[in-house]
Every structure is written in C-alpha cells, then in structure tokens.
Design a protein around this ligand. Sequence first.
Ligand code: ADP
Length: 264
Amino acid sequence: MLTVRGLHKSFGDNHVLRGIDLDVRRGSVTALIGPSGSGKTTLLRSLNGLAMPDAGTITAAPSPAPDGDAHGDVARPGRRDPLVLDFSRKVTKQQRFALRDRSAMVFQLHNLFPHRTVLQNVIEGPVQVRRVPRAEAVSRATALLERVGLAEKCDAYPHELSGGQQQRVGIVRALALRPELLLFDEPTSALDPELVGEVLAVMKELADEGWTMVVVTHELQFARAVADEVLFLDGGVVVERGVPERLFRDPREERTRRFLHRLL
Ligand code: ADP
C-alpha cells in the first residue's frame, strides 16, 4: 500500500530521519518501537503529510474505493493511479492532501473537541471534509460507537468520559473517515494503566478485521502479539526489523537487545 524509500528529515541541525525505508502491505500491522526521540512520530507524521521530509519518496499504491454503500464514493473515491511524492523535488499541496486523505491518525489523547458531543466529534470529519450527507454520517457514527461499546455516550461531552473511553472515541473518529490506513501515535501512553487494556483490545479487533495499521507504541507485548512487522528505530535509522516473534526472541543488533532488555 505504501512504499517509503530513503526518507530524510531535519529540524534545523537535528537530523531526525536518516534514510528510512518502509513497506506497508495492505491488511498488515506495522509497529514502530524505539527510544524516545528516535524519530518514530516524525516518520508516522510523514506517512500522512503532516511532516514534510527533506528527501526520499513515498509511493502510495492505487486504491480501491470502499465498497458497501452508495456513499462510499463520496467519502473516499478510489484511485487508479499510484501517488508518488518525491521530496527531493517539489511536492505540491495537492499531493500532500491526497496522501493525507488516505489515512487517519489516532493521537495520544486530548484531541477531541471539548465543546462538542461524542457524536458531533465523530461526524465532523466525514461531514466537513469528506462531504458525507449528515444523516448518513450520523448512522455510520452510531454504528461505530456501538461497536466499541459507547452507544450510550453519543450525547456526552469528552470531559464526561474516562481516558479510555475518550481514546475509543478517537479511534471511532478515525474509522469514520474510512481511511485505507490507520496511524496510531502512542495511543495508550497518556492513559492510566488500568485503561490501557480496553484501547488495545479495540486495536486488536481492528487488526483482526484486516485494517492496515502503523502503530507507534511502547506496548511491546501488544506489538509482539498483534504486529506483522516490527521496526526498531534508534537515532533516525531502522536498526532492525522483522516479524515480532524473531525480533523479540532473538534480536540481531546489540542496540535492539539493550532496548528490549530494559523494557521487557
Ligand atoms: P519519537 O517519536 O521517537 O520520540 P520524534 O519523531 O517525536 O521521536 O522526535 C525526534 C526528534 O525530532 C526529537 O529530537 C524531537 O525533539 C525532534 N522534533 C520532532 N518534532 C519536531 C518539531 N516539530 N520541531 C522541532 N523538532 C522536532
């Protein structure tokens, strides 16, 4: 679905991404792990055009339109041509928007609009950005909220929810956009420990349903259980990558070993 080659990004003198290659297969879960400051979030943000790399390419494969209902086309038209962003040349605003359109991001926390109800938060994107008719957006949002056990919270405000419930709304808000790719930026790191499980459970369900996901996470057990591929980043490079079973059991690189040893 996505092919990333030779991605570089600096903030001033800080060379944060130093030649990242990444392949995201449709229906796969990719976990990005590594110490704080290693460039995970910057890489994730590059995948949806929120961060602008200085060099390298991101190629998004042609995409089928979501099937199911008559409004699928309005929400996200399919694309017959690959999308190629070459950051060493000029990348247009349209290309960035086209890339962003394909994915939806779930952030750490506190990104719900505080003065809007849960339902209003969820339909905002589909209605404003994707031009889905309101009634259709409401019916989809309600179904999604039901799925994550929050049907009765439709009219609640974010501050009336627990952190775990807020984060499940954040996930529903991303799903409501019907993205091809779900990006998670440490979705549980701001939660109290007892609330982490309910959010990871929803993410696991999505993975089982075949969603394509890229997840920045400190939850190594989750990465181990759910990811198809794990990338260990340190200092802006992918030090090691592989299937979790192998990478966690038998890391080849000393840096990976030290990192895992500290956390597991
Ligand atoms: P990680 O997600 O692995 O913790 P980040 O990608 O968030 O790493 O950050 C990598 C480095 O880039 C850090 O040194 C951070 O301070 C820097 N950085 C990230 N975003 C910005 C920004 N918008 N402006 C300046 N520096 C940034």
